[in-house]
Write a protein that binds this ligand. Structure first.
Ligand SMILES: [Zn+2]
Ligand SMILES: [Zn+2]
Length: 245
C-alpha cells in the first residue's frame, strides 16, 4: 500500500497545524495526549476513589478509612446494587460534558475514555451480561442526533461492545429537563418515564446501566426499578461523572 495513505505519517503534521489543546483552558498540549487536560487543569479533575459510599458511590471527605454506607443510603433504598462514577461533576469536567452532550463535540470522548481506563485500574468493573444505556426520548434523540449514554458505552467498554443493547429500555414520555429540580421533584418527574421493551432479554441477567452524569440518581434508579421488576438479576450503575452536593 502506498505510504502516503498511512495516517501515522501525517500525525506530526496534523499536530503542528492543529496542536491539541487543553479541553478546559485551551493551552496547547505537547503532542497528542490520551487525556487532553494540561497539568494545571488535570489537578482539578477529581478522579473518584475510595473511600466512598459502598452503595451510591458518593465520596467521603476524609481521605482514608473504609468504604461504608453514606447517611442517605442508611435511610433510603435504591433499586440498583451499586453506582460508581469516574470523576466529580465539577469544573473543568462540567464544560466538557456539556459540550459533548449538547453541542455534539466528540473530541472530549477520548479523554473521558482514558480517564475511565485509569479509574478501572483501581476500581475494576465487574463484567456484566448486558450493558444498557439510559435512553433518550425519540423526539430528543431526533433533535440531538445521538444518545450520549450509548456513545459513552461504546467508548468506555470497547471490549464488551457486543453486550451493549440500546433497545432494552425506552423512554415513554417527554420529561421536563431535570436541571433545576430538587431530588423529590426529579423522582416524581421520571416516575414511570421508562419501559422495558425486551423483558425476555433481561431475565436473570446482570445489567450494567450507563449514563453520562449521576446527579440525584433519580433517573438511573427509575431505570433500575423497572429492570428489576422485569426480572433482571441485578443492576449496577456506571456514570462518567458524579455530582456531589
Ligand atoms: Zn488547562
Ligand atoms: Zn450512599
Amino acid at each position: 500500500m502506498n505510504n502516503i495513505f498511512r495516517t501515522e505519517l501525517w500525525a506530526p503534521l496534523i499536530d503542528i497545524l492543529f496542536p491539541e489543546r487543553c479541553l478546559a483552558c485551551s493551552t496547547g498540549l505537547r503532542g497528542r495526549q490520551r487525556i487532553a487536560y494540561c497539568a494545571t487543569c488535570l489537578q482539578d479533575v477529581g478522579l473518584l476513589q475510595e473511600p466512598f459510599c459502598s452503595k451510591c458511590g458518593k465520596p467521603f471527605e476524609q481521605a482514608n478509612g473504609e468504604s461504608h454506607l453514606c447517611g442517605y443510603c442508611l435511610k433510603n433504598g435504591w433499586y440498583f446494587k451499586q453506582a460508581r462514577a469516574v470523576v466529580r461533576y465539577q469544573p473543568p469536567v462540567t464544560e466538557a460534558v456539556k459540550m459533548f452532550k449538547y453541542n455534539g463535540r466528540m473530541h472530549a470522548l477520548a479523554t473521558f475514555a482514558a480517564l475511565s481506563q485509569q479509574y478501572f485500574q483501581h476500581q475494576p468493573q465487574e463484567e456484566p451480561d448486558l450493558i444498557v444505556p439510559v435512553p433518550l426520548h425519540a423526539k430528543r434523540l431526533r433533535q440531538r442526533g445521538f444518545n450520549q449514554a450509548l456513545i459513552l458505552c461504546r467508548k468506555t467498554f470497547p471490549a464488551w461492545r457486543d453486550k451493549i443493547d440500546p433497545h432494552i429500555l425506552e423512554r415513554n414520555f417527554w420529561t421536563q429537563p431535570q436541571t433545576g429540580l430538587t431530588g423529590a421533584e426529579r423522582r416524581k418527574n421520571v416516575r414511570n418515564a421508562f419501559r422495558v421493551r425486551r423483558p425476555e432479554k433481561i431475565e436473570n441477567k446482570k445489567i450494567l446501566l450507563v449514563d453520562d452524569v449521576f446527579t440525584t440518581g433519580a433517573t438511573v434508579n427509575e431505570c433500575a426499578r423497572i429492570l428489576v421488576k422485569s426480572q433482571a438479576a441485578e443492576v449496577a450503575v456506571f456514570t462518567f461523572a458524579r455530582a456531589i452536593d
